[in-house]
Design a protein around this ligand. Structure first.
Ligand code: NAP
Length: 255
């Protein structure tokens, strides 16, 4: 359907070597986009798999190795995207980390790393992406936040993660307001519990059954279920949508 088509658009996805970012990157290609796939150098194998799936769809993919906490790496990655795939039309910032420690025992370095990757990294990506798109007066950014930015997950000791994601939601609103008069839309998607490598961490493995029972729909999301919301927010179907936090949580925050 034309309204939801991303035909011929160049879109950058961070965290594209794994989980939600990988599936969204492939989904954007299914909707017609050429996709630059950014992740850490150690995720090269995952990124290569993403590119293989994109090219199998007849779209172009570009592998980018960069750390979202480094403006010195993200700026050139955006420039390379434009040089190789064409003018940037949109971005999905999905790179993120998660871990758990009781707040009273948490070292400052652990707190800081979480804020650096999840919040500052998202800001630096938005900034570099906007510098490319603002002069053309057109574009859309989607930041992958989390329902943990709005609720506190029962039993998970992750004050730093929850705080970083609340920051991503409000960062998205703030940037949406700074840039809305210049044609650039910024929105967040907040997934609920989703079956990805992030939920294979030892500290959450035993909790998966609890995640499912606490979710009104009785299960975790499949990564496929994040694709439609991302396509919607990037496409012309969302031309009057900016500054929202789209919860994709199986009803979790209703309970
Ligand atoms: P994932 O499978 O671990 O994917 C995250 C990707 O981001 C990984 O490839 C990771 O690389 C990469 N990354 C980490 N730090 C980076 C950095 N500094 N620079 C560039 N890339 C970096 O996790 P996911 O579950 O798909 O999560 C994706 C996003 O969704 C995250 O922002 C997460 O907080 C959010 N989210 C996830 C869930 C869930 O239940 N899974 C729920 C709500 C929100 P490495 O693997 O090499 O570290």
């Amino acid at each position: 359907m034309k309204l939801f088509s991303l035909e011929g658009r160049t879109i950058l996805v961070t965290g594209a070597g794994s989980g939600i970012g990988q599936r969204i990157a492939v989904g954007l290609a299914e909707a017609g986009a050429d996709v630059a796939c950014l992740d850490l150098p150690r995720a090269a194998e995952g990124v290569a798999e993403t590119i293989t799936r994109i090219t199998a769809l007849g779209r172009r993919g570009l592998a980018l190795a960069a750390d979202v906490t480094s403006a010195e790496e993200i700026g050139p990655a955006v420039a390379e995207t434009e040089a190789r795939l064409g003018p940037l039309a949109g971005a999905v910032n999905s790179a993120g980390i998660a871990n758990a420690t009781a707040a009273e025992a948490m070292e400052r370095a652990q707190w800081q790393r979480m804020i650096d990757v999840n919040l500052t990294g998202t800001f630096l990506c938005c900034q570099a992406e906007a510098r490319a798109m603002l002069p053309r007066g057109r574009g859309a950014i989607v930041n992958i936040a989390s329902m943990s930015g709005s609720i506190v997950n029962r039993g998970l000791l992750q004050a730093h993660y929850n705080t970083s994601k609340a920051g991503v939601i409000h960062l998205s609103r703030s940037l949406a307001m700074e840039w809305c008069a210049r044609g650039l839309r910024v929105n967040a998607i907040s997934p609920g519990y989703t079956a990805t490598p992030m939920n294979s961490r030892p500290e959450v493995a035993d909790a998966v059954r609890q995640f499912e029972s606490e979710t009104p729909m009785g299960r975790m999301a499949h990564v496929d279920e994040l694709v439609g919301p991302a396509i919607f927010l990037l496409s012309d179907a969302a031309s009057f949508v900016t500054g929202i936090d789209l919860l994709v949580d199986g009803g979790f925050v209703c309970w």
